[in-house]
Design a binder for this molecule. Structure first.
Ligand SMILES: *[C@@H]1O[C@H](CO)[C@@H](O)[C@H](O)[C@H]1NC(C)=O
Ligand SMILES: *[C@@H]1O[C@H](CO)[C@@H](O)[C@H](O)[C@H]1NC(C)=O
Ligand SMILES: *[C@@H]1O[C@H](CO)[C@@H](O)[C@H](O)[C@H]1NC(C)=O
Ligand SMILES: *[C@@H]1O[C@H](CO)[C@@H](O)[C@H](O)[C@H]1NC(C)=O
Ligand SMILES: *[C@@H]1O[C@H](CO)[C@@H](O)[C@H](O)[C@H]1NC(C)=O
Length: 327
């Protein structure tokens, strides 16, 4: 694949532009994957997931999102950077990518924070448009606590001290990635805090929580075929884990308010209600702690949501069915 790519990159636009070529409806859509905190696009884990996607749906072109071609710098960008700029960069890369940009649509797979960042891509750019987004252990309703550090992890501790003291400063909001999806609420009313609404550089915007709502965000999310939200049953890294379902959790009583009972859904700020009403919103649980993924779970997800078969079987049968109906 590695050697094939440059050639395909050169040839594909001209093949697709030729009037004789048509895309086979059996071809799976390309897949983009956005990895999680600390990972890089070139890691063994990401390569394994890409191979699995090709195995389940042969012919899948996989692109792993990166913010830098240097893997160390790509990994660094999961901790440091301004998400507005990071998402803009990914939007540009994908829009000018020779293979992705010529596809009629793409599928998307987000691991942990990569899940809400792909939602950012869909809401703000969506060019080419995403058809199915699957997220594993993501923080769609933010986090209310930062991950705990190991006892001798001094870098982590120093980083946390900075976050805890200054989460809402402009410096932290434009430099430390997890701070941009940190979310605080009022203990008695459950409403998002004023500081969060005023300073959150990513989540408050992408969830349309501020007074002025961006209708494009809602339109783009509602246009998905499927949004599939996996939560890890024993996740202790993401607090609260139900954030992966857009649920709200009372930090004192642990009471969980399901998305369907929240204002973001009832007033349909980001299109989730519309998507749910057409059967496109799926809440799933998978066993294990944060990102303890088995091939079995991934294969199931790829086979169910990224397979071209489901629609193409119907496409092929349709003329025949219509003929029978006419007779
Ligand atoms: C990685 O980032 C550092 C710091 O920004 C920069 O000096 C270096 O050139 C980058 N490396 C590559 C290969 O891009
Ligand atoms: C809403 O988001 C779209 C896509 O990012 C952007 O082009 C547009 O300017 C935004 N509209 C407002 C009112 O901010
Ligand atoms: C992040 O970058 C955007 C675009 O340059 C800028 O408008 C915004 O102020 C930055 N965010 C913060 C919190 O500095
Ligand atoms: C959260 O739970 C506590 C303890 O049960 C309760 O007093 C408080 O009103 C709850 N907050 C919300 C927003 O429901
Ligand atoms: C929504 O709230 C109502 C009333 O508290 C409750 O009966 C219902 O089960 C909740 N729905 C979901 C999906 O949690």
């Amino acid at each position: 694949m590695r050697y094939f790519l440059p050639l395909a990159t050169l040839l594909l636009p001209s093949i697709l532009a030729s009037p004789l070529s048509t895309r086979d409806s059996d071809d799976p859509l390309p897949l983009i994957i956005w990895h999680g905190l600390g990972d890089s696009y070139a890691s063994e884990g990401q390569k394994g997931v890409a191979e699995l996607a090709e195995e389940v749906n042969p012919g899948t072109y996989v692109h792993i999102v990166r913010l830098d071609e240097n893997p160390d710098n790509d990994s660094r960008a999961t901790f440091f950077g301004n998400l507005t700029l990071q998402i803009e960069q990914v939007c540009e890369d994908i829009a000018k990518h020779p293979i992705l940009s010529t596809a009629p649509g793409i599928n998307a797979l987000g691991f942990s924070q990569g899940g809400q960042f792909l939602r950012g891509y869909i809401e703000r750019c969506n060019n080419p448009p995403v058809k199915n987004l699957v997220t594993f252990g993501s923080q769609h309703n933010g986090i209310s606590k930062y991950q705990t550090c190991g006892p001798v992890d001094f870098v982590c501790k120093a980083w946390q001290a900075l976050l805890n003291g200054n989460t809402w400063s402009d410096y932290v909001q434009s430099h430390l990635v997890p701070a941009q999806y940190f979310r605080t609420t009022d203990d008695t009313t459950g409403a998002p805090s004023d500081e969060y609404l005023e300073h959150s550089n990513f989540l408050a915007d992408i969830n349309n929580e501020r007074k002025s709502k961006n209708v494009t965000y809602a339109k783009n999310l509602a246009a998905l075929d499927n949004l599939v939200l996996y939560v890890f049953g024993d996740d202790t890294t993401v607090v609260p884990k139900e954030s992966g379902w857009f649920a709200q959790v009372n930090a004192t009583s642990d009471e969980v308010t399901h998305l369907r009972n929240r204002t973001i859904y009832k007033e349909d700020w980001i299109g989730l209600k519309k998507l749910d009403e057409k059967g496109g919103l799926h809440f799933k649980t998978t066993e294990g702690g944060h990102m303890q993924l088995s091939d079995k779970v991934l294969k199931e997800a790829f086979g169910t949501y990224f397979s071209p078969k489901v629609s193409s079987v119907w496409e092929k049968a349709k003329p025949w069915v219509e003929e029978v109906i006419e007779l």
